[in-house]
Design a protein around this ligand. Sequence first.
Ligand code: RAM
Length: 341
Amino acid sequence: MKIHTKRFAAGAALAMVASLGLAACGSDDNGGGGSDSDATTVTFLPKNLGNPYFETSDAGGEKAVKEFGGTYDEVGPDTAGPDAQVTYIDTAAAQGVNALIVSANDPTALCDSLNAAREAGTKVVTFDSDTDPECRDLFINQATAEGIAKVQVEMIAEQIGDEGEVAILSAAANATNQNAWIDMMKAELEASHPNIELVDTVYGDDDDQTSFDKTAALLADHPNLKGIISPTTVGISAAARYLSTSSAKGKVALTGLGTPNQMRDYIEDGTVTEFALWNPEDLGFLSAYAGKALADGDITGKEGDTFTAGDLGEFTVGENGTVLLGDPYRFNKDNIGDFDF
Ligand code: RAM
């Protein structure tokens, strides 16, 4: 599969640069604009703090903000609850932040706050997990939902010989992104894999321990289970940790969406053969540049608008105010050593 961005190909080197940059700057640092009151202020609001996926995406955002001389901040709840992000949105609006970059835990629960922030002049960019389109100015999509669903179904089908019982271990029950992918995975299974039966869908809330416990319960409840798909980086790594020391290791396949650093041990010890993701750093980087283009009035978010995101190049706004990063990418024992995020 073709890798979309130049920077993804150089993943290892870039992740090191990003982490060095972070160590030097801290999360609240001015991104190079000094005390310049004209500097674009950009606040990242992930689903929850402490998730390595968002640490990487938000570091990409910080890198972009430094590049264009803005001011970066990151805020967020500890748990990925449906309305846990509301107070952070209200605070950002009260502060007059120029661009708020949000991964939504719920498609509608944030809408009143987001729209109030927009009324007050803050541009709202969703990334990773969207709200309803009328609650934001742009959505930065990591890959098409169809593509993300398809790659996960293909991987599990390959890993279980295209037959048997599978289950899904998801994130929070209301997560817009996971729910869209699950709907499409179900459709893809029905259309193209008649011998695979989806027997259960459970929710680990993007919490490590909850996801670990839900994996144990899945195995206990479904003794004939042949595979688990976990479309969340938190879920797949917790499930892999559980499987790696259980008698199901090597018997129950596990795939989904993970970060190379969280999955490396489980690829190396044979618990997992292949999983997928995109480059979260590029996603955050692109989102920050989109926020700046909106805040500067260079674009309004309508279809056909174009803007440049540093060395990622030029992007065009598509249907429903959506900008697409690229394609999902498969990681396995042959290539995982090339990545460090
Ligand atoms: C988790 C979050 C995030 C999702 C990734 C794949 O980190 O749920 O929203 O995009 O997994």
